[in-house]
Every structure is written in C-alpha cells, then in structure tokens.
Write a new protein. Structure first.
Length: 146
C-alpha cells in the first residue's frame, strides 16, 4: 500500500475552492495528467464518471466514482481493478482565517498495489503544482462563482 498526503493553503473561500473541484469537466485545467473528465450526474457520493490520463505516450480512460462527498468539506475519487488494485484520491477542505486549508491524499491498495509505486511517486511530485493551480483558479473566481 502507498499512502501520502500533501497540504496547502489558499486565500479562496471553501465555496470557491469547492466550485473548482465540483467542475469535473474542468479537471484538466488543474490536473495536467488528465486530458478529459466526465461525471454522470451531480457531484455526490456514488456518482460515476471517467477520466482520461496520459500513460507514457498513450491515453487511457479509467472509470471512477465519488465517495464520502460532504459539500465544502471532503470527497474521494476512487477507481478499482477488482481486488487487484484500488486507488483513492482524498480531498479535504477547511475554512481558515485567511481563506482555506486543503489536502490531497493518495492511497493505493490491493494485491497489485506494488505496481502503483511509479504512479505514487509521480503523483507525489505532481500534486503540489496541481494544488497551486487549484488555488489560483479558486482565487480568480468572482463573487458570483464564475
């Protein structure tokens, strides 16, 4: 199993930060490993979707679903290959005196979790930049949320 969490802060309110997260079609704007993302239905626990990532020089589409969605507080993005491999990206948001504190976690488990070493290493290097982009997008949102 591979687990790590990275924390960040932004001047944006939890509402503005959440609006960036909940815009699934917009995920490629802040996650440069994702070329497109789609969610069937609302941003709620159990909602399913797909995202396409760049793996080497090819594109691969993965199904995912949302779990533990608590608006303005937390959500998990989960994808699985049966009992062989399960990957969970956890996200939390909390209000701070200057805006918001937020966290991204990477958790891989299952029989083939050892194969996620490269993905975990790449994610750990990639997530701080991703979080900076999310903060910038949230801070740029107008009062109306646009």
């Amino acid at each position: 199993m591979y687990d790590f969490e990275i924390r960040g802060e932004t001047k944006a309110s939890p509402e503005k930060l959440w609006a960036v997260y909940a815009d699934v079609a917009g995920w490629p704007r802040w996650n440069k490993a994702v070329s497109e993302a789609h969610l069937d239905g609302g941003f709620v626990s159990g909602a399913a979707g797909t995202f396409t990532v760049i793996v080497g020089v090819a594109f691969r589409t993965w199904p995912f679903h949302l779990e533990n969605v608590e608006p303005l507080r937390r959500f998990d993005v989960v994808w699985q290959l049966g009992p062989l491999l399960s990957t969970r990206l956890t996200h939390t948001v909390e209000r701070s005196a200057s805006g918001s504190r937020f966290m991204h976690g990477f958790h891989a488990g299952g029989i083939l979790a050892v194969t996620e070493f490269n993905a975990a290493w790449a994610a750990q290097a990639h997530i701080p930049g991703t979080m900076a982009l999310i903060a910038n997008l949230a801070e740029a949102r107008g009062e109306g949320g646009a």
